[in-house]
Write a protein that binds this ligand. Structure first.
Ligand code: TXA
Ligand code: MG
Length: 305
């Protein structure tokens, strides 16, 4: 803990555990450290970072004009996989927010990371600890595989329990919009708020909204049922030696928890084509579909069955 505090306080980067994915953390008030995050990730500077706080009271220091429904959600869901997009306060620099007047904030459900924020005395800005566009890390080993030489310290707190990134709800617009489906199903959020939340429209505001993201090296092909997957596997046999089916639709929390490990494992096993079965577009299924669709990118369309 002390080492992590010291590194962050002196402008270094620490990979931090969270319940969603591991983050690449820097103190929000250290411009050099923030610049390092973008350099290490290879991330365009206009893609803003999520600010992690430890207490709801701190919300007032990083955001202004906070809608009461945002506060209601924060009380209901934090600590947890919900990120609120709010109007930025002066305390958060434009380099953190990618030049925008909004700031993305959440309290991660990880006691080490919460205590780290408290001991540092500053919120921590952290994107997922992977190179831009690649598969997110859900274990310290994943971070080590990707960023070993570029991060001063990786804190190992076991595998992330949720396994997909936070749900991002934009409260800088009225009515609020969904920017990224994630670890908290949108239906749960709608139930707390008492109204429907639509997917964001207009220009892309989150890199998780890009079409190609979360991508492994192998080709990812999407199907809707296990029997489609089996058929496709047979039809690919002449083309590829190593084809694998990914289907955990019978257990969505597990599908989410293991999703990024499964994608990474496919690469380390030198799988050429991974046939992934999409869950239904509801509950946690929405986030899993979103990640799988982006992992497949604009790749080959589904063969007619
Ligand atoms: O679960 C998570 O959210 C993880 C953990 C580490 O907290 N973090 C994460 O960060 O997924 P990252 O950088 O990989 O994704 C954050 C997303 C990006 O798509 C970014 O564009 C969007 O949040 N974002 C952050 N600030 C924003 C802002 N001011 N306006 C619009 N989008 C924003
Ligand atoms: Mg990311």
């Amino acid at each position: 803990m002390n080492l992590a505090v010291q590194i962050l306080a002196t402008g270094g980067l620490v990979a931090i555990p969270t319940e969603t994915v591991y983050g690449l953390g820097a103190a929000i008030d250290n411009e050099i450290a923030i610049a390092k995050i973008f350099a290490v990730k290879g991330r365009p500077h206009n893609h803003p970072l999520i600010v992690h706080i430890a207490n709801i009271d701190e919300l007032q220091t990083v955001a202004v004009n906070i809608h009461r429904d945002a506060i209601k959600l924060a009380h209901a869901c934090w600590p947890g996989p919900l990120t609120l997009l709010l109007q930025r306060s002066e305390n958060v620099s434009m380099s953190v927010t990618g030049g925008r007047d909004t700031v993305a904030v959440r309290i991660p459900d990880n006691s080490f990371t919460q205590q780290l924020i408290i001991n540092l005395g500053s919120p921590i800005a952290a994107p997922s600890a992977n190179r831009f566009g690649k598969v997110s890390p859900t274990t310290a080993q994943h971070v080590c595989d990707d960023l070993q030489n570029d991060v001063e310290l990786i804190v190992d707190d076991g595998a992330s329990i949720i396994g997909v990134e936070s749900t991002i709800v934009d409260f800088s617009v009225t009515p609020p919009q969904l920017l990224r489906p994630g670890g908290i199903p949108i239906e749960d959020i709608e139930q707390i708020l008492g109204y429907t939340i639509r997917y964001a429209d207009g220009v892309s505001r989150a890199s998780g909204m890009l079409q190609n993201h979360y991508q492994p090296s192998c080709t990812v092909l999407l199907v809707h049922t296990d029997s489609e997957a089996q058929q496709l596997k047979v039809s690919l046999a002449s083309q590829y030696d190593r084809v694998r089916i990914l289907n955990r639709c019978n257990n969505l929390p597990l599908y989410a928890t293991l999703l990024y490990s499964d994608l990474r494992q496919a690469d380390s096993d030198q799988i050429q084509a991974l046939i992934a079965v999409l869950p239904e577009n509801k509950g946690l299924g929405a986030a899993i579909r979103d990640r799988l669709t982006k992992a497949a990118g604009s790749g080959p369309p589904l063969p007619a069955s």
